[in-house]
Design a protein around this ligand. Sequence first.
Ligand code: NAD
Length: 388
Amino acid sequence: MSQNYTAAIVGCGDIAHHHVKGYQRAGVELVAVVDPLEIARAQYREEYGIERDFASVEEMLAEVAPDIVSVCTWHLLHPAPTIAAARAGVKGVICEKPMAVGLGLADEMVAVCEEHGTRLVISHQRRFTPGWEKARELVQSGAIGQVQQVETKVGAGLLNCGTHVIDGARFMLGDPETEWVMGAVERQSERFERDTPIEDGSMALVHMAGGVQFLLQTDLDMSEAWHFFVRGSGGLIDATETRCRLFNEASGGWQEQDLGVPAEQIDVIGGKANERQTRELIAWIEGGPEHRGSGRRARETVAVMMALLESARQHRVVRFPLQEQGYPLELMLQEGKLEPAQKGRYDIRGYLNREGVDEGEYAKLRATGMGHHQIMRTLSEREEERNG
Ligand SMILES: NC(=O)c1ccc[n+]([C@@H]2O[C@H](COP(=O)([O-])OP(=O)(O)OC[C@H]3O[C@@H](n4cnc5c(N)ncnc54)[C@H](O)[C@@H]3O)[C@@H](O)[C@H]2O)c1
């Protein structure tokens, strides 16, 4: 690192703790935090010794000139702070996934960052896990011959966890171009995730350059979820973030791959994953190669998600480049194409909303060492019990 870097955090909730860890481990100084909730800002200032705090990103950017800004707000609030930070001239942005809810917004983020020379990274930090890296290495080395298909399953929504595994498949395959997507969606209930309407379940067949196909299920069958089965003309890979197995002519059955670190010491989130993500951004800022999780690459992941939904909306194969710029699920709702059978809005991450939380109880749980996510879930469960 040729100079000392400073960073500011936007959104002092759960994931921001992992960004902080990444900065600390990479030797980046935290200079400011932003959150409309005073209590959330105070907690970060206290826990991490951060000097300045602001209620809005605009106020922060007017007064502080951090080198890097982390955007750790909910999905719908990813584009605006990213664009504001780029316009203010920051060197780098690490924005949380999903990059944006709509391809038009993702492209705007990339364009504004490029225009201002801001290096944009989307936090698909699992690209830094040894299991995924080993799978990519095996694919590239030809260990399973010509790759034909990748298959994976995941839960908790397409935008939330689907983005990670689409991005993961793309990473393992060397970020190939998408040619077409065929998708199916069910939304029988009024399901939301972090304020965004989402599907109950979905599936997609993604056809990529070179003829490789990626088969994805979200919130359908969850057996072996988060496993990637990569099939080639000469073998098979079974990979997760913490494990990678190879089966080919030479392997003598399933052969466990040495990841160089025990599974229990691998950070899927935070720790080394966020540290390496941060370090690679700094290297990119300093003229190194494009970050493996760059905005340009993540916008392709957004395009696949939106094409899945657009395919269900149009009842046809969606060929790339994707034309629809908005959020096809929202459009289906407006068009009356997804009328839910069960009425009643619910949000699968609604418990993260800190407004109205008993902060005394929060502090007691925090003092036990419990993480933010777990505290919020516990408080929400207690509230539900109280309300019968
Ligand atoms: N990369 C990963 O593995 C991973 C894991 C978990 C969450 N995430 C992503 O991180 C994002 C945040 O999720 P979370 O679980 O941390 O949520 P959270 O609710 O715990 O934190 C969000 C914070 O943003 C604050 N906020 C709201 N409006 C704001 C604004 N205008 N400006 C600044 N701050 C504002 C809230 O008060 C809250 O403190 C989501 O998009 C989620 O998908 C990523």
